[in-house]
Design a protein around this ligand. Structure first.
Ligand code: BGP
Length: 496
């Protein structure tokens, strides 16, 4: 047998904050990404702010793996003179019909997208959702259903409302749980019959590396991160509960940023280091969301650090009773660590920085591609949780070139996909891992989350737009478009 089952959900993935645009249309409220400027591989994105009392304005760098310090009283806001890529993004808001037709042409069976929370509740406190926002997603789901494409909907993908951050201090405040569950219950009720698959928090563990757009805790500490994590676990479990009550068709997944971690040497110290890293920054989040239980290693860590979680009586029961139905994850490559003196974090990757792996190649942003990462990831995660898996992000960013005849020859992307899908196939057809589907990240070109650039492109479809938002927004099919279409039509058999 060399084919995937015909029910396998092939598709592509996007997120509102990088793709949707229309940031001030249809009554949408502001998110933290809407006040985040563009940047590059070497120049970090920045969050702009104003101090209302003094009128002083400025920007603070978004630092991966570190905290951001804002001046006293600073309020994130949009300022003149800066470029904010999310405002237009690649304008799914006005192009959804054209884009969905392109997805259908490739044979997509699923499309991962996110709902922007402040498009539904621009006023977080209100009990009345924004009908125009609800209607937009109704139209999108109807369009997908017209082609038999199953929506896979992320409820929170870096679309954190500015009000949540400024009024409540983000997810460290328990109030975030109620506000979020009000929003998720609203959309779960509204889209019953149109959507089956939901994801709660995109890359929930990304709060380890980047806090402003995930938990909205500016200047986070270990304690506030721990509290925010508890609140997101609770909100996720309450969403699972609501989903199951609303429709027996609903399946709710968690979403982890995952990558195999390698020890550089067979020195036991390196091996232990990698094991602890994997627990602390990755598997803790899936351990809780998939098993419903806080692992001992984390509880002991909290004790050592003097962190005591503020909880209410039923919190741990709720988390235990409503774990996620399936596990989804992103995986772009792997990361290598060593404890040896010469360790330098010179290898790039999604959030976590390790050491360059001499066996692997990297793209222009330093992200190493690893032809075996999906097979290793799928086996590791299935061995740990024994629940169905879904790969909801995988792909390669590249500075694609649109030729004069409007073609894009992205053979590097085809090579990447061929290798990655082959490894995924081995995990499914040789190792027997139950996998629901595969959605390639950024199927239509969109803005990079890390750098805010357009030139770090992932798509099967090129969108004419540059790093400063200039361009016609016209769509062009790349060579990989035809490759993916052929591959899906053969149920993954034809990888040539
Ligand atoms: C993941 C995010 C996505 C996406 C992707 C690629 O962490 O979930 O939103 O952006 O990484 O990263 P980048 O856009 O920085 O290349």
């Amino acid at each position: 047998m060399s084919k995937f089952p015909s029910t396998f959900l092939w598709g592509g993935a996007t997120a509102a904050n990088q793709y949707e645009g229309g940031f001030n249309e249809g009554g949408k409220g502001l998110t933290m990404i809407d006040v985040t400027t563009n940047g590059s591989h070497t120049n970090p994105r920045k969050i702009s702010w104003r101090i209302p009392q003094t009128g002083e304005t400025g920007v603070t760098e978004m630092v991966f793996g570190g905290n951001m310090v804002f001046p006293e009283g600073a309020q994130p806001c949009v300022l003149d003179g800066y470029y904010y890529p999310s405002h237009k993004a690649t304008d799914f808001y006005h192009h959804y019909k054209e884009d969905i037709a392109l997805m259908a042409e490739m044979g997509f069976r699923t499309f991962r997208m996110s709902i922007s929370w402040p498009r539904i509740f621009p006023d977080l406190e209100s009990d009345t959702p924004n009908e125009e926002g609800l209607k937009f997603y109704d139209d999108v789901f109807d369009e997908l259903n017209k082609y038999g494409i199953e929506p896979l909907v992320t409820l929170a993908h870096f679309e954190i409302p500015v009000d949540l951050v400024m009024k409540y201090g983000g997810w460290q405040n328990r109030k975030a749980v109620d506000l979020f569950v009000k929003y998720t219950t609203t959309v779960l009720n509204r889209y019953k019959g149109k959507v089956k698959y939901w994801l709660t928090f995109n890359e929930i563990n990304m709060m380890e590396f980047m806090q402003s757009s995930t938990i909205g805790v500016l200047n986070a500490t270990d304690e506030s991160k721990a509290q925010a994590a508890l609140h997101q676990f609770l909100a996720s479990s309450l969403t699972v509960k609501a989903a199951h009550e609303i429709s027996s068709d609903y399946q709710v997944g968690m979403m982890l940023c995952y990558m195999p971690l390698y020890a550089e040497t067979c020195d036991p110290a390196d091996q232990l280091f990698v094991l602890k890293k994997a627990q602390e920054q990755f598997l803790f989040y899936s351990d809780v969301q998939m098993t419903g239980k806080y692992p001992n290693y984390k509880l002991m860590e909290y004790e050592r650090k003097g962190i005591s979680l503020k909880t209410e009586a039923d919190d741990f029961d709720i988390i235990a009773k409503y774990p996620c139905d399936f596990m989804s994850f992103s995986c772009y490559g792997s990361t290598t660590f060593t404890t040896h003196d010469d360790f330098v974090a010179n290898g790039g990757g999604n959030g976590i920085m390790g050491k360059k792996n001499p066996y692997l190649e990297a793209n222009a942003w330093g992200w190493e591609t690893d032809p075996q990462c999906l097979r290793i990831a799928l086996n590791t995660l299935y061995d740990r949780y024994h629940k169905p898996l879904f790969i909801v992000e995988n792909g390669i960013g590249w500075a694609d070139v649109l030729e004069e005849d409007n073609t894009v020859h992205d053979s590097y992307r085809i090579d990447y996909l061929r290798q990655n899908i082959r490894a995924m196939k081995d995990a499914v057809l040789i190792d027997g891992v139950p996998l629901m589907g595969y959605t390639m990240w950024g199927c239509i070109d969109l803005v990079s989350a890390g750098t805010g650039e357009m030139k770090k492109r992932y798509g099967f479809v090129y969108v004419d737009m540059d790093d400063l938002g200039n361009g016609s927004l016209k769509r062009y099919k790349k060579d990989s478009f035809y490759w993916y279409k052929k591959m899906i039509a053969s149920d993954g058999e034809d990888l040539d």
